[in-house]
Ligand binder design. Structure first.
Ligand SMILES: Cc1ncc(COP(=O)(O)O)c(C=O)c1O
Length: 375
């Protein structure tokens, strides 16, 4: 069965480890294992005592307890710890959908949130709920969504805070989504990988898992907590039958979470506020630099600052961002990502605000722009 190329991951696999100046990463600056252990008051000796056995397939009970404590209505039994966060999208698509079901997805989006659903239900069955360019921010219109729902719709796929626009809806908007899912018996697949990364004076949003039982929530430690190398993710599923079906699929993909990951994830969740605040501090700092930069180049860029998350979607008035990106990597060692990979157009780029290297990359990019302008 065919699946579209996962362009974002091909792009990062090719460039992430050989391009020194990166402007488009979605994760936040990470820490070393030693730093994490120190921060969480664990010793290397304790970590070393972990036996490399098969672990509890649904996830270590202590880890599921710590995860459940992040929500208000969720029990440890509702949590399925995954082998990797990305696995959760595949498992949910497999366990909740049949070929021919209709699915509504956000556009633009992290490619997996479109491609995996197209793979399972067929590309004609996947309807796009597109963001709109407001004056100062990216916006979603519920009326557009209502127009896409049909008797065959089985699932709505959302991602808040949103990669790449940085959109975070209001609680009232989230409630309308939940009501729609409940009234029509739809699943709301909510990718909350950037959960809690809230800044810019935006009101925080509760997890969809605490709002409706029709929500199947994906979350993890890669983005908000700056631990992508842990590969720790989980699904929150309150429906017992669906959970059992997801577990069955998971036995085919990862069986159980890795023991070293679970040890470190339990430690990380003990200090999750510190890790999250660290990420937010970096984003706020980089956001100031980005805003000042885009103010200096109003003719070239359309800047809609993110409300939350670690990414932003920026209009770039060039014939092809992909062509500019190819030149920048080859000539300047600078990495920018065209939004075309995210189901949008080639006149937008995604920027990532969570990394320490952002400032130096932005200076280098601006020097290049100045040289282009002078030519
Ligand atoms: C919206 C979204 N969901 C899921 C993932 C997958 O997370 P991970 O790479 O940690 O598996 C990403 C990663 O970029 C993402 O942006």
């Amino acid at each position: 069965m065919k699946i579209a190329p996962f362009e974002t991951e091909h792009f990062f696999a090719r460039y992430e480890f050989n391009t020194p100046y990166q402007l488009c990463n979605s994760d936040c600056e990470s820490v070393s294992i030693a730093e994490l252990l120190t921060l969480a008051g664990r010793s290397l000796e304790q970590f070393g005592r972990e036996r490399l056995i098969y672990s509890d397939s649904q996830g270590h009970p202590r880890l599921r307890e710590s995860i459940a404590a992040m929500y208000s209505r969720i029990r440890p039994d509702d949590v399925v710890v995954l082998g990797t966060p990305i696995e959760g999208i595949y498992l949910a698509a497999r366990a909740l959908l049949e070929p021919g079901d209709e699915v509504i997805v956000l556009t633009p989006a992290y490619d997996a949130l479109i491609n995996l659903f197209e793979h399972v239900v067929g590309s004609n069955q996947v309807k796009r709920w597109a963001f709109k360019a407001g004056e100062n921010s990216w916006e979603l219109d519920l009326e557009d969504l209502y127009g896409l729902v049909s008797s065959r719709t089985r699932m709505i796929v959302v991602n808040f805070p949103h990669n790449p626009t940085g959109h975070l809806p209001s609680a009232a908007f989230q409630k309308e989504l939940a009501d729609l899912a409940e009234e029509h018996g739809l699943w709301l697949f909510c990718d909350e990988m950037y959960f809690g990364l809230v800044h810019s004076g935006t009101a925080p949003l509760t997890s969809a898992a605490d709002v409706t039982k029709r929500a199947v929530v994906l979350s993890g430690l890669s983005k908000t907590y700056g631990l992508p190398g842990l590969r720790c993710g989980w699904l929150v599923i309150q429906d017992e039958t669906i959970r059992a079906n997801i577990m069955n699929w998971k036995f085919y993909t990862s069986i159980c979470p890795p023991v070293p990951t679970e040890f470190l994830a339990i430690a990380a969740l003990d200090v999750r506020e510190e890790l999250k605040n660290r990420s937010i501090t970096r984003i706020v700092r980089n956001l100031e630099l980005a805003s000042a930069f885009f103010d200096r180049w109003p003719e070239l860029f359309d800047w809609r600052p993110p409300l939350a998350g670690s990414t932003a979607l920026v209009g770039y008035r060039v014939p092809s961002v992909s062509d500019v990106a190819a030149r920048l990597t080859a000539e300047e060692g600078i990495l920018i990502q065209s939004a075309q990979m995210l189901g949008w157009d080639d006149q937008h780029m995604r920027i990532g605000l969570g990394r320490d290297g952002f400032a130096a990359a932005l200076i280098r990019f601006e020097n290049w722009l100045n040289r282009q302008a002078a030519d």
